[in-house]
Design a protein around this ligand. Structure first.
Ligand code: IPE
Ligand code: IPE
Ligand code: MG
Ligand code: MG
Ligand code: MG
Length: 287
């Protein structure tokens, strides 16, 4: 199967898992909002979980709740990111954002709920032994905390008197975007109980490349394809990888990082092909 077909197939599995999750819950509007928020998207983080697990011999049945958990946590971060108090966005994944479709209180609570559901999903014994699940829970708790700090730094940067330096932006993004991506790509190693170091190197480079691509898309992307408002960073006066490096510089940096990510997977040989394609996709994507 092609990379695109595999990405779609894994996305569909994750979507079905989430649908089943919500089918077992009451039909309250706040749950509807969560189901809505966790629908769609590329599901790249879930894909990284599924693929890192497969590469290391973990069965899909065990990896699926882990993939759904990260997509649930990521969806929470997007719902809150789009709130008027943060990026004030009305469009996400081609549809109205949760606070527009429902209201702000529902969006805050839906985000809160999705975060706790993510951790509940990680407690499923089908994932593996209790110590494996505890490692996953601890890692995700830390990554989610790092994401929150990165988001806070990102918001503060909008009103900073002095624009951030490249070092500061790199640190900020490692929290804001990098931490959840790193957790996703190393989850397979945690489940298989093998050394996560090579996957960690891959993920660090990939996470940075991912945010550089997001910043490039904000400038050059097509809103219809991206499914979200673009040109928001420059309007907000944000220092991004593009504002600091220029478009060509940002593209070159992203390409170099993808080469680094690929090199990190050398120990896995041919089995790493899907993760290598995922890295290439990360910087060539249009959404
Ligand atoms: C967007 O993430 C938010 C960032 C961390 C930059 P994605 O580009 O992965 O969004 P979806 O999940 O595909 O919608
Ligand atoms: C969002 O970053 C990152 C998180 C939600 C953690 P952005 O604000 O750049 O994401 P988009 O561009 O709205 O998707
Ligand atoms: Mg933001
Ligand atoms: Mg945003
Ligand atoms: Mg962005």
């Amino acid at each position: 199967v092609s990379f695109e077909a595999q990405l779609r197939a894994d996305a569909a599995q994750i979507g079905a898992y989430c649908d089943t999750w919500f089918a077992a819950r009451s039909q309250e509007p706040v749950f509807d909002a969560m189901r809505y928020a966790v629908s769609g998207g590329k599901r790249l983080r879930g894909f990284l979980v599924m693929q890192s697990a497969r590469m290391l011999g973990v069965v899909d049945r065990a990896a699926l709740p882990v993939a759904a958990a990260i997509e649930m946590l990521h969806a929470y971060s997007l719902v809150h990111d789009d709130l008027p108090a943060m990026d004030d966005d009305d469009l996400r994944r081609g549809l109205p954002t949760v606070h527009v479709k429902w209201d702000e209180a529902t969006a805050v609570l839906a985000g809160d709920g999705m975060q706790s559901f993510a951790f509940e999903m990680l407690c499923d014994p089908v994932i593996g032994a209790a110590d494996v699940r505890l490692d996953l829970v601890q890692g995700l708790a830390r990554a989610a905390g790092a994401m929150v700090l990165g988001q806070a730094q990102d918001i503060a940067a909008e009103t900073a008197r002095v624009p951030l330096t490249l070092d500061q932006i790199t640190t900020l993004q490692a929290g804001k975007t990098g931490a959840l991506i790193s957790w996703s790509a190393t989850a397979g190693a945690v489940m298989a109980r093998v050394d996560p170091t090579p996957l960690g190197r891959y993920a660090t480079a990939l996470g940075l490349a991912f945010q550089i691509a997001d910043d490039i898309l904000d400038v050059t992307g097509d809103a219809a394809k991206a499914g979200k408002r673009l040109h928001k960073d420059a309007d907000a006066g944000k220092a991004t990888f593009v504002s600091l490096l220029g478009l060509d510089g940002a593209r070159a940096r992203a390409r170099a990082l993808i080469a680094e990510a690929e090199a990190a997977l050398a120990p896995y040989g041919a089995a790493a092909a899907p993760l290598i394609e995922a890295a290439r996709f990360t910087i060539s994507r249009e959404s």
